[in-house]
Design a protein around this ligand. Structure first.
Ligand SMILES: Cc1cc2nc3c(=O)[nH]c(=O)nc-3n(C[C@H](O)[C@H](O)[C@H](O)COP(=O)(O)OP(=O)(O)OC[C@H]3O[C@@H](n4cnc5c(N)ncnc54)[C@H](O)[C@@H]3O)c2cc1C
Ligand code: FES
Length: 353
């Protein structure tokens, strides 16, 4: 959208003329990707690399402010009249004007199954600004170790693409675990990268074919100079815990983790009762986070990450006492927006839901 057109459309006069609808509502009639401020995108390519994944290339609108390697986006789709958003790592290098994500089917999960089975070219998706600090620095390390498993390859591929695109690929060992060769996402691209860049060593382990898990023997053979390498790690929680236990004591450099799911914690025990004001439902606050209490009461509040990083579950608490499940701190709140997934009731709570 031209800056002058955006300026005019953002004026209070145009806002008043559009009322009770918004300017975005009218823009959507022309093209649903158009918005004054919201990043949105259109899927331009759908590739099914493996039977249970889909790679989507997305053309963002001009509200997209770019991303850094290893960051993720909260991507929303409309399903049965409701918006559902989930976090996905951006695989594309920041230099690429198109965004790329790869989604792996997650059990009977709602959004991953929809995208794997039904994503199509031309489809509209809603985007958040890019977030995350998996790759905090600005320059590539001289020696890096990348370790991933399953769909955890996505943020790690983004680092590799960035280092290659910017001409700053150092000495990199990439250790990836997949169940079988046919399950491995980005297998072909990695093979080409390794052929073209002698300083990149790619090792893959197919756990269902040879039964090998991540272990100290593999580390000693594949990464004898582990102590000198900075590490980036992403995969299922058990895998990451096992990998970190092997790597951290052997390396003198930082280890960065990207989690796709919440760390298992003791079942959250709340106290008191929760009154969901808009639906006039009362429930015991004892059964987990406020998000879980709401779902247990038959409500379907939006969520994205279920671990406090995306803010999709933010909801207004009219009044009450809540406990932050990460820090265990209790606070009294009134007319305050809180993330339902990381708070439990610490007494009676009234939620605008
Ligand atoms: C930073 C980040 C980056 C990510 N990057 C990627 C990526 O690149 N590729 C990728 O494939 N995935 C990625 N994910 C995971 C992705 O965001 C989704 O979690 C995944 O796709 C599953 O979403 P879904 O809608 O299919 O499943 P959901 O329907 O959300 O279900 C998934 C799980 O949520 C829990 N759950 C759902 N409903 C309830 C309920 N009512 N009560 C209790 N528990 C419930 C269950 O444990 C269930 O198995 C990333 C996640 C994060 C946080
Ligand atoms: S669902 Fe992401 S912060 Fe709660």
């Amino acid at each position: 959208m031209k800056p002058l057109v955006r300026k005019v459309l953002s004026s209070s006069l145009v806002g008043a003329l559009a009322s009770p609808l918004s300017v975005d509502d009218y823009l959507s009639l022309i093209d649903r990707r158009l918005s004054l401020a919201e990043p949105r995108g259109r899927i331009t390519s759908v590739v099914r690399q493996t039977a249970d994944s889909v790679t989507l290339v997305i053309e963002p609108n001009d509200n997209w402010a770019g991303h850094r390697p290893g960051q993720h986006v909260l991507l929303g789709v409309d399903l049965n009249g409701a918006r559902h958003s989930r976090c996905f790592s951006l695989v594309s290098a920041p230099q690429d004007p198109l965004l790329e994500i790869t989604v792996k089917r997650n059990g009977d999960g709602r959004v991953s199954n929809f995208l794997v089975d039904q994503a199509r070219r031309g489809q509209l998706v809603y985007l958040s600004p890019a977030e995350g600090d998996f790759y905090p620095q600005t320059s590539a390390p001289a020696k890096a170790l990348l370790v991933s498993a399953g769909s955890g390859i996505t943020p790690v591929m983004s680092l590799l693409r960035e280092w290659i695109a910017s001409g700053h690929l150092g000495d990199v060992v990439f250790l990836h675990y997949a169940r079988r060769r046919c399950d491995m996402i980005y297998a072909d691209e990695l093979q080409v990268m390794a052929e073209q860049h002698p300083s990149l060593q790619v090792s893959t382990v197919f756990t269902a074919e040879n039964g090998r898990r991540i272990d100290s023997q593999t580390m000693d053979i594949e990464v004898p100079d582990l102590a000198e390498r900075e590490t980036w790690l992403c995969g299922p929680l058990d895998f990451m815990d096992a990998a970190e236990a092997l790597i951290a004591p052997r390396s003198e450099h930082a280890l960065h983790r990207e989690q796709f799911a919440a760390t298992r914690r003791e079942a959250a025990h709340g106290q008191g009762s929760v009154h969901f004001l808009n639906s006039d439902i009362a429930a015991s606050g004892e059964n987990g986070s406020l998000l879980e209490v709401a779902e247990g009461a038959g409500l379907t509040p939006p969520y994205g990450c279920r671990m406090g990083i995306c803010h999709a579950c933010k909801c207004r608490v009219a009044e009450g006492s809540v406990r932050d499940l990460r820090t265990n701190t209790v606070r009294e709140v009134r007319d305050t927006d809180i993330q339902l997934c990381i708070h439990a009731a610490a007494g009676d709570v009234a939620v605008q839901l």
